[in-house]
Design a protein. Structure first.
Length: 162
């Protein structure tokens, strides 16, 4: 095992709904597995609309309902340096993924992937719940919780001692 935590960045358009829920869900799953010290996690936005804002109140409510807190997270913009400082950058939907691919520098260290393709093997998006109801946020949580467990499982060989 390396001493450097495996760094994952979750990216969506505004960084107030899907990506903070995905970050929080993965952190929660890693903590439950006793592996939180093996990861460095963050989330970021491709857009500028919500920079500096906390997650959507509905995202915070769903996270709290499932035992974790994302209220201290603040939306930030994706930076060029993220492609060098993260091992894995996950776009939450196909448009985010396409934008990330277009922005990826040739010398990037990070693997860039579509969230559900990397976690479930399907080329589908995590739906944006922003204009929906609390039920839509719960649906997103169910996807990212399941995805977090699958992602953690796939990363175990990299983060566990041999």
């Amino acid at each position: 095992m390396t001493d450097t935590p495996y760094a994952i960045l979750f990216v969506c358009l505004g960084n107030i709904c899907r990506s903070p829920l995905a970050e929080g869900a993965f952190r929660h799953v890693a903590e439950q597995a006793g592996l939180s010290d093996r990861f460095r996690l963050d989330s970021a936005a491709l857009g500028r609309s919500h920079l500096g804002h906390p997650p959507d109140r509905r995202a915070m409510m769903v996270a709290a309902r499932h035992g974790f807190d994302i209220s201290t997270l603040r939306a930030r913009r994706l930076m060029r340096t993220d492609f060098e400082s993260f091992d894995l950058i996950l776009g939450m939907d196909r448009i985010n993924f396409a934008d990330l691919r277009a922005l990826t520098p040739r010398e990037a260290r990070a693997e860039v992937a579509l969230y559900r393709e990397r976690t479930e093997g399907v080329q589908e998006s995590v739906p944006d719940p922003y204009y929906g109801t609390i039920h839509d946020f719960e649906t997103v949580y169910q996807l990212v919780e399941r995805g977090s467990r699958a992602l953690l499982e796939s990363l175990l060989p990299r983060v566990q001692a041999a």
